[in-house]
Each structure stands twice: as C-alpha cells, then as structure tokens.
Design a protein around this ligand. Structure first.
Ligand code: MG
Length: 384
C-alpha cells in the first residue's frame, strides 16, 4: 500500500512513520508534506525514498530544493497540498494536517476514489455534508484516525448499523476538569498546553482544554456513523482507557479499551479491516485500579455546547465554528485573548452568521475566510 502522508513532522505524522517502519513489506510512502521543517523532511525523504513532497511556501520550497535530491518533486502552498493529492500515485491518504487547510486534500483524495485515513477532523466539521455526499455517491472511503472514532469503528465490526441505539464518545476532560471555574480567566497557554493523558500538537491540545475538540468529535461522529445528535453522547472519563463505546438496541454495550497511544488507531486505519501487531505496553486493568466517569459540565466547557448546537443546526454554521476557533486559539496562544474569551469569540461569530445550506467547496472557503477576518477584527475591538 502506498501512503501519502500530509503533516509528516507532527505528532500523528511521526507515529504514522513508525507504523510504516514496522511493516516495510506492507506499506511504503509515496509522498510527505510538512509546514516548513525542511531539515526533518530531508531526513524522512532519505529514509523512506519518497518521490514527492509539499511545503508551505515558496521560501520553504527554495530551502527544500537546496536540501533534497533534484529528482524529488516539490509542491508548495495550499494549492500544492491539493496538487500533490491529485498528481501522486498512492492508495491511502493519511491526512494529519491541522485545521481547515486539510479539507481540500480530503475532498481531492475521495474524488480519486482513494481511502482517506482521517486525522484532520476539521475536514468533517467544516465540510461534512460535502464529504458525506461524495461517499454516498461511491467516491472513496473514509476511515477515522481519531482514537474515539477508531474505537467506535472497532466496536461496529460485523454489526448491523441499524442495530445501533447510541454512541458514547469519551473525553479525558483535559487539564481543567477540576479547576475552580472562577480562575479560568487567568489560565495561561502553558497551563492549557499541559494535557494529562495525551501528548499532541499545540492546536489540538488547546482544543482539548476547552473541550471544543470533543464537540468537533461529536460532529465528526455524526457524519461518520450517520446518527442524529440526540443519539451521540459525551462522557468524561479521565483515565482515557475506554476510547468510546456503542450501545446497541438490545442493551449490549461494546467498548474499545487500551492504553492511550495513537499508533493503534493510525495503524488500524491503514490496515483496516485487518489488524496488524504492535509490540508495546498492554492495558493492565488491575494496575489501572479504577475507571471513573462523569457527565460533561457545559458551564465549565461552553465550547462543547456551542459545537453540539451548531452541529444540530447544520449548514455553514459549523464552518464558522471551526474558523472562529482557529483564530481564537491562535490569539490565545499569542496572549491576545483570555481562555474564557475563546468561547465568547466563537459564540459571537456563530450568532452573527446567517446560516446557509452547504453547496460547494468554494462557498465553504469563502465563509471560512470571511469568518477569520471578522473574528480578528472583533478581537481587535475587544482590546481597544
Ligand atoms: Mg480524539
């Protein structure tokens, strides 16, 4: 299987490379993309003998030309991410890009009837309706890499989708599960970047601290498993051992458990429906001792509620949700807004938006760009 890996120097990207290393006979890399970490890219190109790469800008492409063998095809920029998908020979697209930039490559790979192993959940948040129609028309295959959705897929193996009563997505609750809500306003980026159970990139770690990540995952599950929002539940489970569960119509509950490690869901998305071995730490429930569960607190985590409400209304509202969040997270990391203002800024953007029916990729991108500008402007207004 030839894999085109988008986002090869991030946390998911590096774990994907471990899976490829483990099964050199089954997997090879067709192409890699990075933002601007050309040094690491050069090492990866050398190890995996890929033929195509994409980097974020002309400047990064110039650096890449100097450091990579001249035979390597170098794509650049946002357009390059789409072009590398359209012009490279591959079987599976592993999309580990962060943010809305991952949407077009997902669509392009599906249109080529390829398997997309999706770690870029924003693809489904902003354009779930477009992706769903492509899949319905027989274009490609979408396999989740997100640990919760991989868990659900594993629980559904061999089951009739009609027999599903509900799905419960688990959440660790992030670093602020027990923090006094009165002190949320003084949370620093450093505190928010300290996730208790998962080690991930900056954007998704902040998204996990506000629980908007969990809200995105509810939207993701809605499109992947075709269930209405009132049958999708979120449950706080701080130990991150049960990765999610499915309740069936006869009352049976299937859960997928394991130590938190992204290599399992990544490898499963690559080898699905087969399982390949991974040597590593095994779940020891005696050692874990106890598993605990709680209802999510919407007062503490308003972003989660915003997601579910936007998801229920559908249309272009979830595009606005994602764009506003991307800007809010950037600004929070820069010290431009407080932790509480992340949810406020997103709420305002959603309130302002005139919801539309989703039609085209271009429409979604236009709304995405418009929202980013409006949110940036509103943040400037807050500060002055
Ligand atoms: Mg997840």
């Amino acid at each position: 299987m030839k894999i085109l890996l988008l986002g090869s120097t991030g946390s998911i990207g590096k774990s994907t490379l471990n899976c490829v290393r483990r099964f050199k006979d089954s997997f090879e890399l067709a192409g890699l993309t990075v933002n601007n970490n050309i040094e690491d890219l050069a090492v990866q190109v050398d190890e995996f003998s890929v033929s195509s790469v994409c980097v974020c800008s002309e400047e990064a492409a110039e650096d890449a030309r100097k450091m990579l063998p001249s035979i390597i095809k170098i794509f650049k920029g946002k357009k390059g991410l789409e072009d590398i998908v359209n012009e490279t020979d591959f079987d599976i697209l592993l999309n580990a890009l962060v943010g809305a930039v991952g949407f077009r490559p997902t669509v392009a790979a599906l249109k080529r009837k390829k398997r997309v192993a999706l770690a870029n959940k924003e693809s489904l948040v902003i354009g779930g309706e477009i992706i769903s129609s492509l899949l319905k028309e027989g274009y490609g295959e979408l396999i989740p890499v997100d640990s919760e959705h991989s868990a659900i897929l594993q629980c559904l193996n061999g089951e009739d989708p009609e027999a599903i009563e509900s799905i419960t997505i688990t959440a660790s609750g992030g670093p602020f599960r027990n923090k006094n809500i009165e002190h949320f306003n003084t949370i620093t980026p450093k505190e928010a970047l300290n996730h208790p159970t998962w080690s991930m990139g900056n954007k998704i770690t902040i998204d996990s601290s506000t629980l908007i990540n969990k809200g995105f995952e509810v939207i993701e599950a809605h499109y992947l498993f075709k269930l209405p929002y009132d049958r999708l539940h979120v449950m706080i489970h701080p130990q991150s051992i049960i990765h999610s569960m499915v309740t069936f119509q006869d009352g049976a509950v299937m859960a997928q458990c394991g130590v938190p490690d992204m290599e399992l869901p990544i490898q499963y998305a690559l080898s699905y429906p087969k399982r390949l071995p991974i040597m590593g730490t095994r779940l020891d429930l005696v050692e874990t001792g106890s598993l605990t569960f709680a209802e999510p607190d919407f007062n503490r985590f308003p972003c989660l509620k915003l997601c579910i409400e936007a998801g229920k209304q559908g249309g272009t509202l979830t595009t606005v949700l994602n764009a506003a969040n991307e800007i809010a997270v950037q600004q929070f990391l820069k010290g431009g807004i407080s932790f509480n203002q992340i949810a406020e800024v997103i709420g305002q953007a959603l309130n302002k938006h005139q919801n539309q029916k989703v039609g085209t990729v271009e429409q979604i991108e236009e709304i995405d760009a418009l929202t980013r500008n409006q949110v940036l402007k509103s943040i400037k207004d807050i500060k002055h």
